[in-house]
Structures are given as structure tokens and as C-alpha cells.
Design a protein around this ligand. Sequence first.
Ligand code: SF4
Length: 438
Amino acid sequence: MLSAASELPNSKKNMKIFLDTIGCRLNQAEIEQMARQFRAAGHEIVAAADHAELAVVNTCAVTTQAASDSRSKIRNIARVGVEQIIPTGCWTTLQPKEAAALPNVLRVVINDKKDSLVATTLNLEPSTFDLEPIDRAPIPGLHRRTRAFIKVQDGCDNKCTFCITTVARGEGRSRPLADVISDINSALAGDSKEIVLTGVHLGSWGQDFNHHLRNLVKAILRETDVKRLRLSSLEPWDLDADFFSLWNDKRLMPHLHLPLQSGSESTLRRMARKTTPASFRELAHAARDVMPNAAITTDIIAGFPGETDDEFAETLEFVKEMQFMGGHVFSYSPRPGTGAAKMKGQIKPELRKRRNHILQEAIEESAKIYREKFIGQKMSVLWESTTEYGEYGWRMEGWTGNYLRVSANAPSPRWNEVDDVELIGVDGEKLKGVIRDA
Ligand code: SF4
């Protein structure tokens, strides 16, 4: 590693900077914030590493694979000739020495120093960027998103026994309401059509100053011109039935991502999750009472230590009962530094994989039924990707409010446009649509 103080490229103007990330929406939100700050300081964000003079990689540690992918990304960026690389993020925070030893690393920035990464890299006062926040512009290249991910919270005070994020991100802390509103307004001024609120433990926003996430959502709907507001992952124990009355405002997207992790009460206890199948069921019913067509997606861990055949059967039964619209099934990945990694009854990897497959099939089955309910309906779609399509013009892919993936053709590209689309059939895990007002 080059010695940080003297080698910082602060004198250089108009540097080409490549921002890369892996993992969660919060990591994406953080590199979007860095992009705004580097641009405000007169630098250019480039789409690929091979044009860059400096690169920042926001790493992930949620699974063994994510940690390995983080290292590969840094090596690949060095291999294409970037001489100054700054690893940050969860894997870097857990393994700073290992990160510092990777090729061309200029400096290592752990999570609780990440918010001032740009300022300290450019030797500027952190307040520099508060003075005149610039509009959001999508990051070019692979991480180009129409939707603006806005960080509202960081860290977590829970201690789910499988979770390394709570170790890497530290205590729960909320961003002030005014900062969140300012970021949203910058994103809207930058022509974002959808705002996605994100955090490590989003549902705990405001707990550090006697507020609740509902206060934040109400303030955003009251004080900004947001047209589509989406909430990222919400821990079930942070919500109550009254929370869903917020969805009387149609600008709030009818999609809830509620990590269940297991459908077995005894497994949930070993995970130290503050929920039970019964309370989860009650919450899902309360949500569907207010939004009958709400999309409920989830996360499940297959093969958690000690998971018996009976416990697995309970989980499978519960997943089928909940009729999820989609979800991620993770095969349990022991993370050093977590309680579960030391637990007895570790399940063989091949059995974890088999259980993962069975759960994924059950979720795909209910997702298919959910998707097909909407064929024949007209829904508004925000286009997220466009591909030239020969004689058919352009092929679009995007999301409805209830997180259905839709594809359609159009005579011209309609990236970042919202159209009314008639859903006419199935296209694999997507729905085929016809744009009705292009
Ligand atoms: S609530 Fe649990 S799973 Fe979520 S970040 Fe906190 S400790 Fe991890």
C-alpha cells in the first residue's frame, strides 16, 4: 500500500474516477453519493475501470462468495492499469490488512469513515459538499440506475446470529430528516422517477431520536414531489398494522420486502430473530387488508445450523402459505465472527443446497401465480434498461409499482420514462407488455 498522506492525488483536477460496488442497495446508494461529491469537486465518473486514474470499490461480506468477489473486483481493476484503488465497505472493514495488501491500494477506508471518503481522499473539508449539493446523475456503466437509492440509516443494534453486516456496519444510526429530504430533492432535480429508501436496518430509522420510519415516509410524501417512493427491506418486528395506512397515498409503491429467514419458530429462536411465524402471518394479513394486491417478497436461509427435517418442513409449509411474490433463498454461509458459525449441528453443504432449491421452487411457484393475476391489466412501468432490437426498434425492461418485471418494444428508447403498459402475457419470469401511451 502506498503511504496515504503524501500520495493522495488531491492536487489533480478533473480526474477520471471509477466507482464499483457489490452487494446491497445501501452500497449502491453510497457510491451514488460519492459520485455526486466527486463531481461537485470537479472530477469525472467514468463507466469502466480501464479509463480511470482512481477507483473506489464498495465491498461486501454477507457471504463467503461476496467476500471473494470483492477481492476479485479489486484485483481486476488493478490488472487493467488503475494505479490508485480505495477499497471500502463491509469486507474491507472486517479485513483491512488483507484489503491493504491487494495490488495498487492507495488507502483503505472502513465503514465508519466512509461518509467522508471523498473529502479525505481529496483533502477537502467534509462540509464542502453540504454547501451546494449537486443534482444526482446516474453512474455510467454497469451501476447505471434510473431509480435513486437514498441512504437513510446505517448500522444495526440487532444481533441476528447469522449476520455479519451488524458486525461490519456497527451500531444503528439514522440520517437526519433534512439530509434525506435534500438528497431526494437532488435526485428528483436529476430527473429520477423513483426514490428507493435504503439502510442496513431501515425500519429502525428514527429510533435514536424517538421517531419512527412512518414519520420519515410522511415527511417525504408531504415535502417532496416524489412520484414513486419505494421502501427497501423492512424487518417485520419494526412494523405494526397501522404502518400500512401509509399506502393510502398511491405514490408509495405496493411492494414490501419482509425477510422471514425461517418459517420454523425454533430455528428463528436460534437465529435470534425478533419474529415468529404467527406474528409474521399477522403482519402479512394486515398488509394485504390494506393492499390486496401488494407484492410481498422475502429472504430465507436454507440449512441454518441445527435445522432438522421437521423444521425445514415447517419452513417450506409456511413459505407456501405466505404466497410470496418473489424472494432470495440463501444457503447458510458461516461467517467468522458470528454466533451461528460456532453453533453445533452445521448442515452439510449439499443438503443446504438441496433445501435451497426446494424453497426457491416453492417461491417461484407462488410468484408465477402472482404475476399471471395481472395479465390483461394496464399498469405504469418505469423503464430501467433499453436495448436496440433491430426491426422492432427498442426493447425495454422495467418495473411496475408492485415490482413486476415487464418487457416491451418501442420505436424509440424510453430509458427512465414511466409509461402505461397493457400486460398481455408471460415472458419467462417477466410479463410481456404493450405501451399504450408512448
Ligand atoms: S436486523 Fe438482523 S439481519 Fe438485519 S442487519 Fe440487523 S442483525 Fe443483520
